[in-house]
Ligand binder design. Structure first.
Ligand code: PRX
Length: 654
């Protein structure tokens, strides 16, 4: 059987940057881009040495890269740096002192703004509170917060004193939080009483209380008062931030950190097993976050940048906190849901704050489409000049909608492919030079050597789908899985055992097109195998959602005697769609026409909702079990709404 993934989606639209965009872009000359990219691959020491030199080091580095201990890379060895110093001091003590660093909006409509000088002060005071609680260099601190300024301050305060932060998304359950606290052996938790979500209080402190009840290593729970409801209190352990801040000193010198000292842990789930604590270190991570924010988003001094992610995800780390602040940008942060109190909230925020760069996820874009154009059209979005997307493959229909309705047809879209593990953007257009294509993350970023390989490690020709591989180390690469070296080697570095040095396997399938642009085909665990043809779930889903009666679709395999695997499609119908049986029949025809009979689903299940992780990813492994009529034995703690499982089981197929 072939180990190539067949690509069946034909997308030929391409959008080169407009002359107007190019005129002011940081990188607008294709020859210059080619030269820089070549240098980043052929002479990474010079390229990364120069970029790193733009950051304020506390002690200069001696060597750029040491890959002799592969798969453990060491970047910028000998150098000392501090992430909060990079993000704050250089601006607060320079020309950006009175520039707005952060504009925050709460869900109820309250607003707070911080200049670089103010944010610098807040973080130093916060850091002194941590120190007073005996927290120091190398200690692990869990952060479980709503999207309020203190979430970013907590991260920066940890970084300032050299404590390792482990941010746990505020939507996770107390069990998930406890697992992560225990795995990281955290000595403190920073949280809030609660946060606002869709008009009500999402309580956080009670979940922390449960999570730490059996974790005696946690000696401090530092709590921000946000929502004001009553919370239980353990006077030995619990401290209100506002009380602890009274009388602390305004100054806290940044702890000099070796480039390879750990900056943070961030847990990510695999398809099996317990969550992995992905380890990121300080110097290389900052260099990659800095350069990618600057070049991918074409950042300028007067931009107002908004990334809608939560700080609980890697996108929130690299593209809300570290990347934008390292560049001295002005960024927007929003606490609540995109449809609270109405479905135009994001566009209202864009208009109110004059957002120029907007970065969000395909799942959000599909929700906006569903809610209707009128919510977008009501607002003046003329300041927007660049759009971005991240998190999953974006279907071309959503991409075109984003471009036309949100971007007014004038904003380039950067579809950025990367992972928690990569720390920063790996495949992406550069908006001043790349012709963007709906659904393609286009090219490897600077220093990224990406290839499509078969199982044996042979590079596949253009147009063939296969396994995505990264062949060289990059500064923000993960340095391990916390406490589990073997799992690190097995998960990421063992797909091609003969390779020396080892190649990184991100777990995604991809293909290149005739221009050399990359198209991500989804996780290889999600690949279908029908009659010996490996098909990408993403492409079939994209065909399904291109039908005007379908809002969202997920496709999974079910064992089949004849074809190996048969395709089961779960679809959310549009309002006013035909009855389930008629729709199922129509969709079978539609997919057969769009892609070919091979991809026609054997079964279509019409459902009002799909199981999603709290970050909005469809949990195909659960759908797979349901489609095959199996017991669900997998971990369902990351599911946004567990009641959905019964609902899905109850819906028979057509
Ligand atoms: O499968 C890819 C998908 O999301 C995975 C990484 O997930 P996570 O670590 O949660 O990080 C998400 C934010 C960086 C990848 O292995 N993915 C991410 N971005 C894209 C994508 N798939 C297609 N296109 C993208 N732009």
């Amino acid at each position: 059987m072939s180990d190539q993934i067949e690509s069946v989606l034909a997308e030929s639209r391409a959008f080169p940057p407009s002359d107007e965009f190019r005129a002011a872009a940081r990188i607008a000359d294709p020859a210059e881009y080619e030269r820089l990219h070549r240098e980043s691959i052929e002479d990474p020491e010079t390229f990364w040495g120069r970029v790193a030199g733009e950051l304020p080091w506390l002690r200069p580095f001696e060597a750029v890269l040491d890959w002799s201990g592969a798969p453990f890379a060491r970047w910028f060895t000998g150098g000392q740096i501090n992430a909060s110093h990079v993000c704050l001091d250089q601006h607060a003590q320079g020309e950006r002192a009175d520039k707005t660093a952060l504009v925050w909006e709460g869900e109820p409509g309250d607003r707070r703004t911080f200049t670089y000088r103010e944010l610098h002060l807040e973080v130093q005071r916060f850091a002194n509170v941590l120190k007073a609680r005996g927290i120091g260099k190398g200690d692990r601190v869990a952060i479980y917060m709503p999207m309020i300024p203190e979430a970013a301050m907590a991260m920066l305060a940890c970084a300032r004193i050299g404590a390792i932060h482990s941010v746990v998304f505020g939507g996770f359950s107390s069990t998930s939080l406890e697992d992560r606290i225990a795995d990281g052996d955290c000595c403190a938790v920073i949280t809030a009483d609660g946060g606002w979500r869709r008009g009500s209080v999402l309580p956080l402190k009670p979940a922390v209380d449960e999570a730490v009840a059996n974790q005696p290593g946690v000696r401090t729970v530092l709590c921000v008062r946000r929502t004001g409801q009553d919370v239980a209190w353990n006077t030995e352990r619990d401290v209100w931030l506002h009380e602890a801040l009274e009388g602390v000193a305004d100054e806290c010198a940044p702890e000099p950190m070796d480039a390879e000292d750990v900056l943070f842990l961030l847990y990510t789930s695999g398809s099996t097993g317990k969550p992995k604590g992905i380890v990121h270190t300080t110097g290389g991570y900052l260099v990659s976050a800095y350069l990618s924010t600057q070049t991918v988003f074409d950042l300028r001094e007067d931009d107002v940048y908004w990334c809608t992610a939560d700080v609980g995800w890697i996108t929130g780390h690299s593209y809300i906190v570290y990347g934008p602040l390292a560049n001295g940008a002005t960024m927007v942060m929003y606490e609540g849901a995109p449809n609270a109190p109405h479905e135009g909230r994001f566009w209202e925020i864009c208009e109110a704050h004059g957002v120029t760069i907007f970065y969000t996820a395909p799942t959000a874009i599909r929700a906006f489409m569903k809610w209707g154009d009128e919510h977008v059209e009501k607002h003046d979005l003329s300041k927007l000049r660049l759009l971005g997307t991240v998190g999953e493959p974006i279907n071309p229909a959503a991409w075109m909608w984003y471009r036309d309705k949100v971007g007014g047809g004038r904003c380039p879209i950067v579809d950025t492919w990367w992972q928690t593990e990569t720390g920063s953007i790996m495949l992406t257009p550069l908006p001043g030079v790349s012709a963007t294509k709906p659904g393609s993350a286009t090219r490897p970023f600077f220093g990224v050597d990406a290839a499509i390989l078969d199982e044996e490690g042979n590079e596949l020709p253009q147009g063939k789908g296969g396994l995505l591989a990264l062949r060289r180390p990059w500064p923000s690469m993960l340095r391990g899985i916390w406490g589990d070296e073997q799992r690190f080697r097995d998960t990421y570095w063992s797909r091609w055992p003969a390779a020396d040095p080892p190649l990184y396997f991100p777990g995604d399938g991809a293909r290149t097109d005739e221009d050399g642009d990359f198209w991500i085909l989804g996780r290889v665990d999600d690949v279908l195998n029908v009659s010996g043809h490996r098909l990408s779930t993403m492409e079939i889903e994209s065909a399904l959602v291109s039908h005007d009666q379908v809002v969202e679709a997920a496709v999974v395999p079910r064992p089949d005697d004849l074809t190996g695997e048969a395709i089961v499609a779960f679809v959310i119908p549009a309002q006013g769609a035909d009855d389930a049986a008629t729709l199922a029949g129509a969709l079978g025809e539609h997919v057969a026409t769009e892609i070919g009979k091979l991809a026609r689903p054997a079964e279509v299940r019409v459902t009002p909702r799909l199981p999603k992780t709290r970050s909005g990813k469809i949990m195909r492994r659960l759908l797979r079990a349901i489609a095959s009529g199996e017991e669900i034995t997998q971990d369902t703690t990351t599911l946004e709404d567990p009641t959905i499982l019964d609902e899905l089981r109850a819906n028979g197929g057509h």
